[in-house]
Write a protein that binds this ligand. Structure first.
Ligand code: SF4
Length: 464
């Protein structure tokens, strides 16, 4: 069970307690491993007769001749690096349905295609994202306080960068600790990974981890745009649920409850739709049902809090307090978002950040972190990170932004080689990819396209 909620402001060497806003109160909640909850939910679904195909990601949307969605196809297996089928080739499997429910999580790659195909984002704000990086630690039992929850804002981030940390004491001396950085950050020299590592060395934080052992690592983008960024939720042949639709309450830092609720509402809407005589291909009631649910009210109430951080940390906190306590979420205006990738500034107009070297005790390099994520991809396959234009990484990203992909990727997938010889080139170590989707979001010219790798490739998070 969740216990004490603590919100701290960190300066470089000190800290002080801030009042915990009502959205961040976790009283009555439970601290769980979402990975384990999903495994448990999977068993419940299977017991009800649902077939689950772990290891077969949906890689392609299938359409009928009239353009309505027919279903999805899983990826082909055994396509070699050269793009040709090998001896172990197995074509993907087609799954057809009258209604397909897309639940891909934040920045779903098929959802991205559906947005374009059906103009689902017309008239709404761009989605804005954060990257969350997380570790699981087994700490000294003497320091473990089951149920303790600590959030921080401030150091090591500059005050114009949105973000902060979370730290949850679970059972069995386990602590889940993580850091979120808003992907609308401007300084191309910033590295969310290094910010997280630095944060663990703060005098108010490091004590939890000294004498402990890091046991797991992971990263994932999250949707932060909220109410004003929710797209049209239905289209001919399917609907969107969960974080692929952008259902996350930012001040609460939680989307799981909304993912569940949207799944329930979608199930109801689709079920009723399929039973209705003469119903067309689009479950049009789903959007109205979402708007009539508590999910929509909850998102509406907090819609101005994330965009207010355009005024920096103190401006954002001050506005958040006024919005929550004075306006009670009912201010007669709605603030707007920009695309994250367009916010990145030139390398010359921002200061370089000098990150300390990892000490191997509290702070670590990226490759040893990736090792703990148990990430695995079939070696002989085409890289699933596709570049639309091969000249952009050096011609634009390197020249103008100082190769930001080498810093925002939490897995060290992107490396610039050949700098010493004056011939820089980008190397993509796709086998290390944690599927966080940050490159697909933050690449300044949107030149990187994340696609589904073969089979069950990717991180394998136990207890995360
Ligand atoms: S390559 Fe992209 S999706 Fe993969 S870990 Fe790096 S930033 Fe995330």
């Amino acid at each position: 069970p969740a216990g004490e909620d603590r919100l701290l402001f960190l300066s470089q060497g000190g800290s002080f307690k801030l009042p915990t806003p009502p959205q961040m109160s976790n009283h009555g909640n439970y601290i769980v491993s979402l990975g384990n909850v999903c495994r448990w939910l999977g068993e419940q679904a299977e017991a009800l007769g649902v077939e689950i195909y772990p290891g077969f990601a949906a890689a392609e949307v299938l359409y009928h001749e009239d353009g309505t969605v027919k279903g999805v196809a899983t990826g082909d297996l055994g396509i070699g690096k050269d793009g040709q089928p090998g001896h172990n080739f197995q074509p993907g499997m087609e799954l057809h349905a009258r209604q397909t429910i897309f639940a891909e999580g934040c920045r779903g790659s098929l959802t991205k295609e559906l947005f374009g195909k059906f103009d689902l984002r017309d008239g709404v704000d761009p989605q804005t994202y954060g990257i969350g990086i997380k570790e699981l630690w087994e700490i000294d039992p003497a320091k473990h306080q089951p149920g303790l929850i600590v959030h921080t804002v401030g150091w090591p981030l500059a005050s114009d960068t949105y973000g902060g940390s979370f730290l949850y004491h679970l059972e069995n001396n386990l602590v889940a600790v993580g850091f979120v950085v808003g992907l609308d950050y401007k300084n191309p020299w910033l590295s969310p990974y290094e910010e997280f590592q630095r944060y663990k060395t703060h005098p108010s934080i490091r004590g939890f981890f000294e004498g402990g052992r890091r046991i797991s690592y992971g990263a994932r983008a999250l949707s932060e745009g909220g109410w004003q960024s929710v797209p049209r939720l239905h289209f001919p042949g399917g609907v969107l649920v969960g974080d692929t639709a952008g259902f996350l309450n930012v001040p609460k830092i939680k989307g799981t409850h909304m993912a569940m609720k949207s799944g329930l509402v979608a199930a109801e809407a689709v079920f009723e739709h399929l039973g209705r005589e003469g119903a067309g291909p689009e479950a049009v009631d789903y959007g109205a049902k979402i708007k009539a649910s508590w999910l929509w009210d909850e998102l509406h109430q907090v819609r101005n809090i994330r965009p207010a951080f355009k005024w920096g940390l103190w401006g954002g906190l001050a506005y958040g307090a006024i919005d929550t306590y004075v306006f009670k979420g009912k201010a007669p205006w709605t603030m707007h978002h920009h695309d994250d990738h367009s916010q990145l500034g030139d390398k010359a107009s921002h200061p370089k950040i000098d990150y300390p070297k990892p000490d191997g005790v509290l702070t670590f390099d990226r490759l040893s972190s990736v090792f703990l994520s148990a990430t695995n991809h079939e070696e002989n396959q085409q890289c699933h990170l596709r570049l639309k234009d091969e000249s952009v990484p050096i011609g634009i990203n390197y020249a103008r932004f100082g190769a930001p992909e080498t810093r925002y990727c939490p897995a060290g997938v992107y490396e610039i080689l050949g700098e010493d010889e004056g011939k820089p080139r980008l190397q993509i170590n796709g086998q290390n990819c944690l599927h966080c989707k940050t490159c697909d979001i933050k690449d300044p010219t949107q030149n990187i396209h994340w696609t589904v790798p073969e089979g069950g490739g990717g991180p394998n998070y136990p207890n995360m």
